[in-house]
Design a protein around this ligand. Structure first.
Ligand SMILES: [Zn+2]
Length: 287
């Protein structure tokens, strides 16, 4: 019995029958290793997970781009729409995915983070929903990473969090809540959007300085000034994209402030719990 193989099946078979690995994958979730030349030595310990979308119409082209000499970009992992996980850089090395970015006092985000590119064409190309299979693969991959590295929940971040002025990925459709429910990252129920004072670009008010202090306390790069400048607007939008995705407008409203306060409280609680657990269950010295 024979039948015609469709181009899509052909592409799938091609992908599945190339078991050549240039380095052993760090995770059993990895289906394929496609080595990228774009990496270097880490300058600090891994304590952050950074999630991206590829922002290209074709996932195959995105993988090719990340693995090409001269593009100067890469990521540790790429998760395709069907859940196929490709590793491009070993976790021990510094991949080049964050670009100009910062979180708190840290400006070398590539050195302290593991970068995961999630295939999605992004905001400029229709921004489709992330398929369930793809998210299931991201969850499995992240959970594995947590067994190898100590990454606090508040340091599972979006590219847009560390580069609010330049980036929007993985965007407001990314299911952060589902990840949190699977033990990955911080999430709180967003405060309802209600009527109340709002401040937008160009406004000046002491309340803005309070919001800026809280945003900076979480990690967003900014200096409190009580003036709602472009940097503040972009950080508000990045925060909304991650934690209050129903309305992403860069406008300071009551819901954004309340949600930010809850996120900081959840972070402080998670940190206190982690410290207490370390006292109760110390890790073996050689772990
Ligand atoms: Zn990105």
């Amino acid at each position: 019995m024979s039948r015609q193989i469709s181009p899509r099946e052909h592409e799938w078979f091609e992908r599945m029958v190339v078991p050549v690995s240039q380095f052993p994958p760090d995770s059993f979730v990895v289906a394929e290793v496609r080595s990228s030349p774009n990496f270097g030595e880490r300058k600090s310990k891994i304590d952050m997970l950074l999630l991206h979308y590829t922002g290209m119409p074709d996932a195959g082209a995105a993988v090719k781009y990340l693995c090409s000499v001269g593009t100067e970009v890469s990521a540790h992992y790429v998760v395709l729409e069907d859940g196929h996980v490709i590793q491009c850089v070993p976790e021990a090395y510094r991949a080049w995915h964050a670009g100009q970015s910062s979180w708190g006092a840290e400006t070398d985000i590539n050195s302290c983070s593991i970068g995961i590119e999630i295939a999605n064409p992004g905001h400029d190309l229709g921004y489709p929903e992330f398929p369930r299979r793809q998210i299931a693969a991201v969850i499995a991959l992240c959970r594995g990473i947590f067994t190898r590295h100590e990454i606090p929940p508040d340091r599972v971040l979006a590219h847009s969090d560390v580069a609010p002025g330049r980036k929007r990925d993985p965007g407001e459709k990314f299911p952060w809540r589902l990840l949190h429910e699977s033990g990955i990252g911080l999430w709180v129920k967003p405060a309802p959007i209600v009527a109340g004072p709002i401040f937008a670009l160009g406004d000046r008010d002491p309340a803005i300085e309070e919001l800026q202090r809280l945003l900076a306390r979480f990690g967003y790069g900014m200096s409190p000034s009580s003036y709602l400048d472009g940097t503040t607007r972009d950080a508000i939008a990045a925060f909304q994209r991650h934690f209050r995705p129903l309305k992403v407008d860069g406008v300071f409203d009551v819901s954004t402030l309340e949600t930010l306060r809850s996120v900081l409280a959840a972070r402080d609680q998670a940190r206190a719990q982690a410290t207490a657990e370390k006292v109760l269950y110390p890790q073996p010295v050689n772990s």
